[in-house]
Design a binder for this molecule. Structure first.
Ligand code: SF4
Length: 517
């Protein structure tokens, strides 16, 4: 690619960069049929990393040849045909695991190379792909799970997300970015997509132009979690809806051409924004995309943290959506099929995946609601969940993730259930557990964040333990949670968190949230 000349001669390029210069990541799709025919052993070790561009990571231990596969779901929204396909894949090839991620994707596990062509064929048949789910590329575009039905959105973002998604999908001009690159597009006034933790976020705004009120976006850049969490900063621009794709492309081009390609731990967009500052970033963007109006009026209400439990009116007269809890984001394919059946019988069959690893069933007419809510599936996946299990989030952890230091999903569920049995509170408390500092479970946003580490106990044995963080929020511009002193062995964690919550209960006023910022 011509643009690669910008950095290709740099003698300090890291090894992943050198690999990407030899072969574009997306080309791995063309090689998959050969490897599927010849088996896992036919895949050269140096190509393992390139499978990320097809949404595939090797599970641990890598040598066993089982993949995690992530499917891209822009704004978390799938049709009936798509969700049935996803569930059937999990059933046929993924040992019955259907995991919802904190970026509205679905993950399968235990996928073998032999099965990948058939899975990709099934996905393609319903207009889905795994391209862009992993790797140094534009990842799944997160958005408001209620896009198009939300009484609290400025406008429907679905067509805009579709345009941006289709532009970047399989686009080899933007498939060699310095690192993963995360985008959010949402017009929810309740910040349903957690905008500030994205590399680039389009957030709702209004600007008076030539005497007319125009609905569009403000843009924030440079957010991200991982080992050095940063909140995205606002650029002084207003983007009319029809220019979203151009601005998204301009920002991506800046990252592609000026992002750090030497140190992998310094090459997210957030570091470039921190180095340049937003003024210089804005100037460069205007150079690339042409003039844009200065920013207008922000349209942001209280942060809903992407929770939608219960039955709610849509903006369409006579229609409703129902938000339900999927504990810790893990659900069996049979239960997904049952939810799809229920959604189809009483509504239009759509399912929407939330950043909180939960599900929304939309488009239920008033007259169908009562009958639908009697369906037994809602006993297992309730629309009025308990305070702790309903507000707990967990990453994959060492059951299946290569980078994990500790087990997470099972422990998080156990702790949440224990807290629900032993503490009653008048407000929910959001608890997020992660198995390492990469924070796929978005630990910095949580009321209580639990981050796994390994430490030596009194007997000098290496044991699983956790650091505790408190006070994360995205209200009022956002603030990440802060670490408390000490480390807690995994076996003691439930009781320590319980003590913390009992102290909160004793000292709080009625209705006071865990962290009020
Ligand atoms: Fe794996 Fe760490 Fe991400 Fe958890 S946070 S899924 S342990 S990389």
């Amino acid at each position: 690619m011509a643009y690669e000349k910008i950095w290709a001669d740099n003698p300090k390029l890291n090894t992943v960069e050198k690999l990407k210069l030899e072969q574009d990541g997306l080309k791995i799709f063309e090689e998959i049929p050969y490897y599927a025919e010849h088996g896992f052993q036919s895949i050269p070790r140096e190509k393992w990393d390139l499978f990320k561009w097809a949404g595939l990571y090797l599970q641990k231990p890598k040598e066993d040849g089982y993949f995690m596969m992530r499917v891209v779901i822009p704004s978390g929204i799938v049709t009936y045909e798509q969700v049935v396909t996803l569930a059937q894949i999990a059933k046929d090839f993924g040992r019955g695991l259907y995991d919802i991620t904190t970026r509205q994707c679905v993950q399968f596990h235990w996928i073998t190379i032999e099965n990948i062509p058939e899975i990709l064929r099934r996905l393609d048949e319903v207009g889905m792909t795994t391209a862009g789910a992993c790797g140094d590329i534009t990842r799944n575009i997160v958005g408001n799970p209620l896009a198009g039905i939300d009484p609290n959105e400025l406008f429907d973002t679905r067509p805009i997300i579709k345009e941006v998604y289709e532009f970047f999908r399989f686009n080899e001009d933007y498939s060699n970015l310095p690192r993963k690159y995360k985008m959010s597009i949402s017009a929810s006034i309740n910040n349903a997509s957690n905008s500030e933790i994205n590399c680039v976020a389009f957030v709702p705004a209004i600007k008076e132009i030539d005497g007319e009120k125009v609905y569009g976006f403000h843009v924030k850049v440079g957010g991200g979690l991982s080992t050095v969490p940063m909140l995205a900063q606002k650029l002084d621009i207003f983007v009319p809806q029809e220019r979203t794709k151009d601005v998204a492309e301009g920002i991506t081009r800046i990252f592609r051409d000026y992002g750090n390609r030497e140190k992998r731990h310094r090459n997210r967009l957030k570091f470039l924004v921190a180095d340049w500052g937003v003024e210089k970033f804005k100037e460069k963007l205007i150079d690339l995309v042409g003039p844009l109006p200065e920013s207008g009026e922000d349209v942001q209400g209280e942060w809903n943290a992407s929770y939608f439990y219960g039955v709610h009116k849509q903006k369409q007269e006579g229609l409703n959506y129902v938000g339900i809890n999927v504990p810790i984001g893990r659900i069996s394919p049979d239960d997904v099929l049952e939810l799809a059946r229920v959604s189809k019988k009483y509504g239009n069959g759509e399912i929407r995946h939330c950043n909180t690893q939960n599900i929304v069933i939309p488009n239920i007419p008033d007259e169908n609601l009562e009958e639908m809510l009697k369906e037994p599936i809602f006993e297992k996946y309730p629309y009025n969940p308990k305070n702790f299990l309903g507000y707990s989030v967990s990453c994959t952890g060492n059951e299946l993730c290569n980078l994990a230091l500790v087990e997470t999903k099972g422990l998080m569920r156990k702790i949440a259930e224990y807290l629900d049995e032993t503490i009653t509170l008048d407000v929910p408390v959001r608890i997020h557990m992660v198995g390492c500092p990469n924070s796929c479970g978005q630990r910095p946003l949580a009321d209580i964040g639990l981050q796994g580490i390994l430490m030596k106990n009194k007997n000098k044995e290496m044991v699983e333990a956790f650091e505790i963080y408190v006070g994360g929020t995205l209200n009022n511009g956002g603030k990440f949670n802060e670490k408390l002193k000490g480390k807690i062995e995994a076996g003691l964690l439930a009781d320590v968190v319980k003590e913390l919550l009992l102290y909160f209960k004793e000292t709080k006023n009625a209705g006071e949230p865990f962290f009020d910022y």
